[in-house]
Design a protein around this ligand. Structure first.
Ligand code: KE4
Length: 431
């Protein structure tokens, strides 16, 4: 019988020292009625808690670990970089190399700035959009999450949605009032908003594949419509590819769907599990960032050589021929077989997937926006999560997040996952 004594002990202490015992709200497992497992280490597709229990991991640190945990090339690169010094606050060869790789990989990038998180990337891109256009307003979409900068905590996804926080105290109405959050995949709503505020919208921010209300793909024509509106309105199209960058394709969702944004935000995979983010795009825009221009943004550890080494090693490993085809096959197989298992057990689910990111919604679907995602049966999700955890599956502790398949997940792992899900659905379908 597995024990969780050490997890419970460590978490009890953590609760005294950090809000909710965590350094990021989604990790507190508030939506699944359990105390979180305290993780000691990861290896390949697995994580191990401090009681020695092993789990097949589909959280992947919320997306960065596309190569699985402790990939030898990443570990070696980090060790080698650290041995040369952990930070200099000066230009280094590695950050220039990573910037070059990003510019060559992501179609819309002519110039890029490295930062320390996805939040910083999105916050900086918004400041640049406002600075470059001289306009105050921003359009985002319900259920999309662009980090925790003030302007984005309006109808946000991810932890804000999981915790059912309506907005966030501390964000002045004057700031929140400049953000228009519209239904995802609803071009009419965008057209109406642009007509309501002519010449006032600096940017439209969008997750080109939404990952923070659960996975919701763009409807046919949605991204093209946003591009057209921005061209006509003179506002900037910003793709938040913090999740989708190097996840759904080497060049991100913009290469998958063939739409060029004006600015792109990146993070997660490009840091290989260390704190790295980036924003970039047209040279005429990025050239407005200090010190080459007047829009200010800075960071002591931006482009940190150890974090950059992890990112470089990850991206170099992802250039191996056939990697994305394999991730696509694994993701498609898992999504298809999970849906088939649920159908065999007479359980209503809707599985959305793009590449190696997917969500099993506990409802019939289709799921194309936040309103539909919120129709999921959260009690059924909680039971599913708890039962899968007991079977050794470490899933995102929220209906409104994604499962991530890594290159380390083998076919046997996927088969085990589907069999475990089917057993859970067979046992609990009456509940
Ligand atoms: P970070 O500041 O957490 O590195 O990135 C913010 C961010 C920006 N854009 C998108 C599309 C994102 O998904 C995120 C962060 N994602 C969540 C999980 N979906 C992070 C998990 C957490 O908050 O702990």
């Amino acid at each position: 019988m597995p024990t969780f004594a050490n997890s419970e002990g460590v978490f009890k202490t953590a609760l005294q020292l950090m809000p909710g015992g965590v350094n990021s709200p989604v990790r507190a497992w508030g939506a699944v009625g359990l105390s979180p497992r305290v993780i000691a280490r990861g290896e390949g597709p697995r994580v191990y808690d401090v009681d020695g229990n092993s789990y097949l991991d589909y959280v992947g640190s919320w997306g960065p670990l596309i190569l699985g945990h402790a990939h030898p090339r990443v570990v070696a690169a980090v060790q080698e970089a650290a041995a040369r010094g952990t930070s200099f606050g000066a230009p280094t060869p590695g950050e220039a190399e990573l910037a070059r790789m990003l510019v060559e990989a992501v179609p819309s990038l002519e110039m890029v700035r490295l930062v320390n998180s996805g939040t910083e990337a999105c916050m900086s891109a918004l400041r640049l959009a406002r600075g470059a256009t001289g306009r105050p307003r921003v359009i985002k979409f319900d259920g999309c999450y662009h980090g925790h900068a003030d302007s984005f905590l309006v109808a946000a996804g991810s932890g804000v949605l999981t915790q059912a926080i309506p907005g966030s105290p501390g964000v002045p109405a004057e700031i929140a009032g400049l953000t228009l959050s519209l239904p995802y995949n609803d071009l009419e709503a965008v057209e109406k908003a642009l007509k309501q505020y002519p010449g006032e919208v600096a940017a439209i921010f969008v997750e080109p594949v939404a990952g923070n209300m659960g996975v919701v793909p763009p409807a046919p024509g949605f991204l093209e419509g946003l591009r057209r509106f921005c061209d006509n309105e003179g506002c900037l199209l910003v793709f938040d590819e913090v999740i989708t960058g190097f996840r759904v394709a080497w060049g991100g969702a913009q290469s998958l769907y063939g739409i060029k944004p004006d600015l792109t935000c990146l993070g997660k995979i490009m840091g290989g599990g260390l704190p790295v983010g980036a924003y970039g795009g047209r040279r005429d825009l990025m050239g407005q960032m200090a010190p080459s221009g007047p829009v200010y943004q800075a960071g002591t550890l931006s482009g940190n050589p150890v974090a950059v080494a992890a990112g470089l090693a990850t991206l170099e490993a992802l250039q191996e021929p056939g990697i994305y085809e394999s991730l696509e096959e694994k993701g498609a197989w898992l999504a298809r077989e999970l849906a088939a298992a649920a159908a065999r057990q007479g359980v209503l689910v809707s599985v959305n997937r793009v590449g190696s990111m997917l969500t099993v919604f506990c409802t019939e679907g289709p799921i194309s926006c936040l309103k539909e995602a919120k129709g999921s049966d959260l009690s059924r999700f909680q039971t599913f999560f708890q039962e899968m955890l007991a079977a050794g599956l470490y899933l995102a502790p929220s209906q409104f997040e994604a499962w991530f398949v890594s290159t380390a997940h083998q076919q046997g792992d996927l088969e085990y996952t589907v069999a475990a899900a089917e057993r859970v659905w067979a046992r609990t379908s009456g509940r």
